[in-house]
Structure formats: C-alpha cells, structure tokens
Design a binder for this molecule. Structure first.
Ligand SMILES: Cc1cc2nc3c(=O)[nH]c(=O)nc-3n(C[C@H](O)[C@H](O)[C@H](O)COP(=O)(O)O)c2cc1C
Length: 171
C-alpha cells in the first residue's frame, strides 16, 4: 500500500474480532511508535500493553463503551513528564506532541498490517493510572485498542477542505 492510500485507509475501528493479534504483529506496531521522532530525541513515553482480562476490565471502567470492550488488547501510551523536553523560553512541555506522533505512527503501521486501532482520549485518567500503577510523572495520554477489525470497509472521511485549513503568510 503506498503512503497516500494508507493514510486514507486508516480509520477508527470500533468493533474488533476477539482473537488477540500475534506477538510479532504487536511488536511491529510498537516498533513503529519507537521509531517516531521526538523533541531533542528524548523519547519521553512508555507503551503499556494490556492483554489480561482483569486489566482490560479495569480499562473498560475508565472508558465504559461497549465497543471498547471488544478489543483484545489495548496499548496505553503514556507521556513521561520527567524526561520530556520543555522549551527554554516558556517551559512548554512537549510530551503530548511526542506521544501523538508515536501513536500516529502506530495507527498507520497497524493499518498497513491489516489491523484496526482507535485513538481514545476521553477516559478517566485517574482510573487508568491506578489500574496500571503509574508513577506520578507518567501520564496515560492515549488508550489505543488494537485488533482485527470486525468490518473491513472504511467509512468515507469527513474532513474540512484544504482551503478552510491553509493560509499563506499569516492568518
Ligand atoms: C486525540 C484524539 C482523541 C480521540 N478520542 C476518541 C475517544 O475518546 N473515543 C472515540 O471513540 N474516538 C476518539 N478519537 C477518534 C476520532 O473520533 C476520529 O479519529 C475522528 O472522528 C476521525 O475519524 P477516523 O479516525 O475514522 O478518520 C480520537 C481521536 C484523536 C486524534
């Protein structure tokens, strides 16, 4: 699949087949996250793979949606605020940006491998932190369910037009 086709083929999968994906495929996806660029190359993230039923249930309590419970595995992408780059002039913490790039790498690699993912950020972060025993400097930023999609057809993309998004030389 060429890159443009891949970008269009990826979509948010909200129904998964129950079988877990192989360790080999999972590692391919995790490795795509590992290879993402980060500010100053600090790589301020941890990818926590959740595949035990009990832990998956705890994640479900943090994001109680029926479709989410169909995912056989979830990668919890955590930003590390201890090691992330903070911009010198105003202290802006770049952990979220680095996490987002790594997550996007993983979603695209997964799509290339025929796997489905869905960004999930609308969860109870405190419950996730507790369930995974996260230290204070690790923030669970994204829950990324991953598995074989139940439906393979990607819905049409709803996006703003380029003319709405792009300006030249100022706002
Ligand atoms: C930062 C971010 C947070 C998101 N959080 C959620 C979420 O909590 N629950 C959900 O069902 N989808 C979530 N999504 C998925 C978006 O709804 C989805 O990407 C968007 O509607 C575009 O659809 P597509 O991914 O199928 O192209 C999130 C996406 C992003 C990038």
């Amino acid at each position: 699949m060429d890159f443009k086709t891949l970008i269009n083929a990826r979509y948010s999968v909200r129904k998964y087949k129950p079988e877990p994906i192989s360790e080999e495929l999972l590692n391919e996806v995790l490795d795509a996250g590992r290879m993402a660029p980060t500010a100053v190359n600090f790589q301020p993230f941890v990818f926590i793979v959740v595949n035990e039923q009990g832990k998956l249930k705890e994640l479900y309590h943090a994001y109680p949606r029926e479709w989410f419970a169909t995912a056989p595995q979830v990668i919890v992408v955590c930003g590390d605020h201890k090691t992330s780059w903070k911009r010198g002039n105003d202290g802006k913490d770049h952990a979220d940006i680095d996490v987002a790039i790594a997550t996007d790498h993983m979603t695209l690699r997964a799509a290339e491998l025929g796997l489905g993912t869905c960004w999930v950020c609308n969860f109870d972060a405190e419950k996730v932190s507790k369930a995974l025993n996260l230290p204070g400097h690790l923030e669970p930023a994204v829950l990324l369910p991953i598995g074989r999609p139940e439906e393979v057809e990607s819905p049409p993309k709803k996006r703003k037009s380029l003319s709405e998004l792009v300006k030249f030389n100022g706002y």
